[in-house]
Design a binder for this molecule. Structure first.
Ligand code: ADP
Ligand code: MG
Length: 327
């Protein structure tokens, strides 16, 4: 009894001494059609204005990436590519060139299951309006879905499509990239403990002062419920689920993760989380492994020592990669 209260008192003391010297700064905001969150620990000797400036810098960075990569903004670099790259090489920023290179690498790694040209059919779905393309439209669009039709020329920093109907979309990779850039902003400012998330993409810098961060994976069929809580530090985690953007017609769920081989929503699993060090790669990989499904997807992750996976199959059973299994 005496021992326990001593522990509690020490804990209280630790907590209060921390809060006297430093504090957590946090903000949630809407960007890229989703909710983003920033949270970091800053010494109290640093003026509040510095924290406010950092939060603003993070918000502005996410907005900037949205302005560059959104398919809905006519002036975005992405829109310019989709407009012109089928007829001539389009010169793009180093940032976008590097991201397209990452997207290409993940496409190769996942045998084309991650494929930004999925957009050739993806743009025909409107989940809010419950609209989907008919089979003839899908069949025609499938000819334009091929990541190899996006050719990158490093010397001129340009991109070109080798098929007339190709369209690209970065929805499966841009949020990871945004989180990565924002963490870099905080790191550069000397921050050592932070969490940044955009939708299902989260990166943790350091720990939560002597204990890990806890990141929840949403319950795929019960809104506001958590399926699992994971203790994580210095890691990135990305979750792709079939419950974010979807509609149900004749008992079939049409959602925003598309199998590039069929042009239809992928339905082998309901939630995939990938853990690793690189926010951009875990984002793209969670989308790709979702398409690959449990057997193929888990087999791939088990071959890659830098990544772990938590997959919820469509019977709502949870599966984890070998690196997460306790012996
Ligand atoms: P969220 O956008 O909800 O965070 P994901 O990271 O799983 O979820 O990304 C899903 C998005 O990825 C879709 O909204 C779409 O923009 C894009 N996408 C869908 N299917 C593919 C695919 N096979 N390859 C690449 N990107 C895809
Ligand atoms: Mg993703």
């Amino acid at each position: 009894m005496g021992k326990i209260s001593a522990v509690i008192i020490i804990m209280l003391f630790t907590l209060s001494s921390h809060s006297a010297l430093a504090q957590w700064h946090k903000k949630s905001f809407k960007v890229m059609g989703t909710l983003a969150h920033v949270e970091f620990w800053l010494d109290d000797s640093v003026p509040q204005a510095t924290a406010d400036k950092l939060i603003l810098a993070v918000e502005q960075e996410m907005q900037r990436i949205d302005q560059t990569m959104s398919p809905y903004i006519a002036t975005s670099e992405l829109s310019a590519i989709n407009r012109d790259a089928a007829t001539k090489p389009v010169i793009i920023s180093k940032e976008l060139f590097d991201l397209l290179t990452d997207a290409h690498n993940v496409a190769v790694l996942t045998h084309g299951m991650f494929d930004i040209t999925y957009a050739s059919i993806g743009y025909q779905y409107d989940y809010r309006k419950h609209q989907k393309p008919d089979q003839t439209t899908i069949n025609n669009a499938l000819k334009a879905i091929n990541y190899q039709a996006v050719t990158l020329d490093k010397s001129s920093s340009s991109v070109r499509f080798t098929h007339a109907d190709v369209k690209i979309d970065l929805g499966g990779i841009a949020k990871g990239h945004a989180v990565k850039n924002c963490i870099a902003i905080l790191k550069e400012a000397g921050i050592e403990h932070a969490l940044i998330s955009a939708g299902g993409d989260t990166t943790l810098l350091g720990d939560r002062i002597g204990r890990p961060w806890f990141v929840g994976i949403k319950h795929p069929r019960a809104e506001d419920k958590t399926a699992v809580q994971l203790p994580l530090s210095n890691e990135s985690i990305s979750t792709s689920g079939d419950y974010e953007r979807y509609f149900i017609e004749d008992g079939i769920r049409y959602h925003h993760i598309i199998n590039p081989k069929t042009g239809d929503s992928a339905r082998n699993v309901v939630s995939v989380s990938i853990i690793g060090k690189n926010p951009t790669y875990v984002d793209a990989l969670s989308t790709a492994i979702f398409v690959m499904g449990l057997q193929q997807g888990m087999a791939l992750i088990n071959e890659l020592p830098e990544y772990e996976a938590i997959i919820i199959d469509n019977q709502q059973t949870l599966h984890v990669s070998t690196g997460l299994q306790q012996d």
